[in-house]
Write a protein that binds this ligand. Structure first.
Ligand SMILES: C=CC1=C(C)c2cc3[nH]c(cc4nc(cc5[nH]c(cc1n2)c(C)c5CCC(=O)O)C(CCC(=O)O)=C4C)c(C)c3C=C
Ligand SMILES: [Fe+2]
Length: 487
């Protein structure tokens, strides 16, 4: 399979009609192996300064210190893997961008920045509800029709309040908060060192989408540090509108508004699930875990990916499912080349709400396998590279319990990559390969003409939204309906 050619096609699929990625911008996908460039549109939903979601900032954040995370993860990095194959997208390949790049002030010294995009997670149990609010207020997570966008924030408030107790329980069971911040910081440090080992001095920034350190804070730091070239690297191997897409939308908004940032040469690595370094690192972890079984050949390799609603893939053209399936094929090919040819399954976990999510569902497949007499299974979390609530709680506790109850006797789980050295080295290679294709991101600034209209829209939305939120929150019938069907 030609993974490089397919990367372009898959990115192209991400622009199918009826999605937040409507064509108001042209950019390109550049693949390092053959430098093919594929036209891609990346317009986010039409947002303006005033109507963007209001983030909930927790007042105690200034005092917050990272808690030590005691989960399984390695941060030693000594090996090296070969750099082949990456999918690099440089945004803003319009004529404006080209002009902007040419006129970018030539500085005596290049200052390279790497911006790691991640989801973020609550540091403490008090952070859970405001974190959930930020998540559900994201129009790339709850995709309302344009006409109903004014409901986004009241709905986010309602769902976050209703879901918080269940979520809080989950975070309490893994130590009282998400390990994501600490692991991502460690990955950033490890990446900086791996780049230094390649003679590249770079500042590495962490940009979380829904909790501290927020993307906007990281962007301001990049500005203060006077970075002259930036590589954006999502910590999601596969692209989804709901993850990498959402973070890129935030970046676009921040960069569009700012004279310095809109001219900064940027290279965005949209996805990297097909990189041999990543595939080999995953195969290493799986092989190692299989060796813990008394009969390794009999264990089913059970890939469990975070789900997305089916409508993302089928209506909005999210390439996530295709990329996930190809990623699993590549990992299995790599294992086969090492003589490991166990049966494997891909299923999707962590669905939220009443809509159809990608199938098959992890919980249902586990029960089915148990009923069919499968006795040994190794679970492989595959859509994310750090330990997080859905590995530590959902897989290690809920799914393990379900599997054992269903008749599976030998259960193991492959750890997340975290700071695995071959993986971090491969990320460093991806950054080095991405640098030459950096171009300015913006296609132009916003005009001030819409300012008055923006204000009126904002006030109207706030007014009706607040009334609706009030009615919803204090109507027991409606609350019960939501509790039963949405959460
Ligand atoms: C590739 C990874 C992820 C995709 C795709 C994704 C889509 C997605 N998620 C929700 C809702 C929730 N996600 C939550 C936590 C969470 N999600 C991801 C990754 C993906 N999400 C991670 C890594 C985490 C954990 C962060 C941590 O703190 O460790 C949560 C909160 C936890 C909970 O209450 O279950 C929600 C809610 C939707 C709706 C969605 C796609 C539309
Ligand atoms: Fe999620």
């Amino acid at each position: 399979m030609n993974t490089v050619a397919r990367s372009g096609v898959l990115s192209d699929a991400g622009i199918a009609g009826g999605n937040p990625w409507t064509a108001n911008r042209r950019s390109s996908v550049c693949c390092s192996q053959n430098s093919s460039r594929v036209s891609l549109s990346l317009g986010g939903p039409q947002t303006n300064k005033l109507s963007q979601e209001t983030k909930i900032f927790n007042s105690s954040f200034a005092d917050r210190r990272s808690r030590p995370f005691t989960g399984r993860h390695s941060c030693s990095w000594t090996e090296k893997t070969s750099p082949i194959g990456s999918a690099i997208q440089s945004l803003g390949a319009s004529s404006y961008a080209e002009t902007a790049t040419e006129s970018y002030p030539h500085v005596a010294e290049e200052k390279i920045g790497v911006l790691l995009l991640n989801l973020g997670g609550p540091d403490t149990l008090n952070d859970v509800q405001p974190f959930l609010f930020n998540l559900f207020a994201d129009p790339d997570i709850i995709r309302l029709p344009r006409l109903f966008r004014f409901l986004q924030q009241p709905l986010a408030k309602l769902i976050s309040v209703l879901r918080a107790p269940k979520s809080r329980e989950g975070y309490a069971s893994i130590g009282g908060g998400s390990p994501l911040r600490q692991i991502t910081n460690e990955q950033a440090d490890a990446l900086k060192r791996a780049l230094e080992a390649q003679d590249l001095s770079a500042n590495v920034y962490v940009a979380m989408r829904y909790w501290y350190p927020f993307t906007e804070e990281a962007v301001q730091q990049i500005k203060r540090d006077k970075i002259t070239k930036l590589v954006v690297l999502p910590l999601y191997p596969q692209f989804s509108i709901s993850t990498t897409g959402s973070s890129i939308r935030v970046l676009e908004n921040a960069f569009r508004e700012d004279a310095y940032l809109s001219r900064l040469p940027v290279s965005i690595i949209q996805y990297w699930y097909q990189r041999p370094g990543y595939i080999k690192s995953m195969a290493d972890l799986i092989q190692k875990e299989l060796e813990t079984f008394s009969k390794p050949k009999e264990a089913i390799i059970f890939f469990s990916a975070h789900g997305v609603p089916v409508s993302y893939v089928e209506d909005a053209g999210d390439p996530y499912r295709d990329q996930m399936e190809e990623c699993i094929d590549l990992i299995m090919q790599e294992l086969k080349s090492r003589g490991v040819s166990n049966d494997h399954v891909l299923a999707y976990q962590s669905r939220v709400g009443p809509v159809q999510w990608l199938k098959p569902y992890t919980d249902e497949v586990l029960v089915e396998l148990g009923q069919k007499g499968v006795k040994s299974l190794v679970a492989v979390p595959v859509s994310f590279v750090s330990e997080h609530i859905e590995t530590l709680e959902e897989i290690d506790m809920e799914y393990k319990h379900l599997a054992l109850e269903s008749g599976i006797e030998n259960w193991a789980r492959v750890p997340a990559l975290n700071c695995t050295s071959s993986f971090i080295t491969d990320l460093a290679d991806a950054v080095v390969e991405a640098l030459p294709s950096a171009t300015a991101m913006s296609t132009g600034g916003s005009t001030s003409e819409g300012g008055d209209q923006d204000l009126i829209n904002y006030v109207v939305k706030l007014f009706f939204g607040s009334i609706l939120a009030f009615v919803l929150l204090f109507s027991p019938k409606l609350v019960n309906a939501f509790r039963n069907h949405l959460i």
